[in-house]
Design a protein around this ligand. Structure first.
Ligand SMILES: Nc1ncnc2c1ncn2[C@@H]1O[C@H](COP(=O)(O)OP(=O)(O)OP(=O)(O)O)[C@@H](O)[C@H]1O
Ligand SMILES: [Mg+2]
Length: 309
């Protein structure tokens, strides 16, 4: 069963000026998120990421299309039972202490008093905020606020957690702590749907991603497939003689990095093996052949640039 199933979602907002043109925040977006995945929703500012999360949570309604959480339509209030949410730029009242915030949200979500207490203890420890539980949150740093927000989103033991920019404004050590918490939640079988501009982080923890641009889904797939989608292969070999170098450059369109390292773009596996056969007939020893990996960030920038043209 999918945790999230999104079909042909469109969202229009009325234009901000007097123009008749509507803002199309989401345009025919469809994809699924599997159970137990960490799924990243990426896209430049204004791409429609927060709007999509808000639709899935029933905070705003789609103009067209439908979506399900664990096979329950998002219009069905029971779909909320499985869900935790950390909003973008959340604000808790500054006069409350960390533990009071969790108590308040726990009671709001219908938990029993004793369960709230137990979960508050458990999650404050998990996000390493236990020693700040009695401090008023107006004294918290941004990273502490995010970690408290994360604890809040887990309080009702959700199967699916939506996190809108969970590491926004958090320093590298705090970000690592948040990543570890998310991986821990994944190991407990939770599904995490997160939205972030920090692509190096997404690359470290997400199983799959979807990329939105101007309301449209422009790419969806596993992080591995997206970052290795080029057909460029790198070879590490024993030293190559000049005549072998010439053939590689002329017949195989290679790019030479050194006498023992070159890169080739191939169309298929047969082309790749032709190069290996050629090298072996010339007694070149092959140490390593690997598909070149791009960073998620460079793939993202390329994709967004391509859609501008
Ligand atoms: N309530 C609203 N009324 C009118 N337009 C809105 C509303 N909410 C969002 N929009 C517009 O919808 C588009 C998508 O906005 P959204 O907040 O979903 O983007 P985002 O991908 O989350 O961006 P960011 O990365 O900056 O958080 C934008 O053009 C935005 O101005
Ligand atoms: Mg947003």
């Amino acid at each position: 069963m999918s945790s999230i199933s999104i079909k042909n979602i469109r969202k229009e907002f009325p234009s901000k000026s007097f123009s008749k043109n509507k803002i199309i925040a989401l345009d025919n977006v469809s994809f699924d998120v599997g159970e137990g995945e960490i799924f990243g929703l990426l896209g430049p500012n204004g791409a429609g990421k927060t709007t999509l999360i808000k639709i899935l949570l029933g905070i705003t309604y789609p103009t067209e299309g439908e979506a399900k959480l664990f096979d329950k339509d998002i219009k069905d209030v029971r779909s909320k039972k499985f869900v935790g949410y950390l909003p973008e730029n959340h604000k808790f009242p500054g006069y409350m202490k960390g533990e009071q915030v969790l108590h308040y949200f726990g009671m709001l979500s219908g938990m029993k008093n004793k369960d709230v207490k137990k979960k508050t203890d458990e999650f404050l420890k998990l996000v390493e905020m236990d020693k700040w539980r009695k401090t008023k949150i107006k004294k918290y740093s941004k990273g502490m606020m995010q970690r408290l927000g994360l604890a809040q989103s887990m309080l009702n033991d959700p199967k699916l957690i939506f996190l809108d920019e969970p590491t926004d404004g958090v320093d590298p050590i705090g970000r690592k702590q948040i990543r570890d918490v998310l991986l821990n939640l994944k190991s407990l079988g939770k599904t995490i749907f997160l939205n972030s501009h920090l692509l190096s982080e997404i690359e470290l923890i997400c199983d799959r991603v979807a990329i939105l641009n101007q309301g449209q889904l422009i790419k969806e797939g596993s992080v591995y497939d997206i970052t290795t989608s080029s057909n460029s292969y790198n070879f590490v070999t024993s030293e190559i003689s000049d005549d072998v170098v010439n053939t590689l450059l002329n017949n195989f369109k290679a790019t030479l990095n050194s006498k023992t390292n070159f890169t080739c773009i191939v169309n298929n596996l047969k082309d790749l093996n032709d190069i290996i056969d050629f090298l072996r007939t010339k007694n070149v020893l092959i140490e390593n052949v690997s598909k070149e990996k791009n960073s998620l960030e460079s793939m993202f920038i390329n994709l967004i640039e391509q859609t501008k043209n």
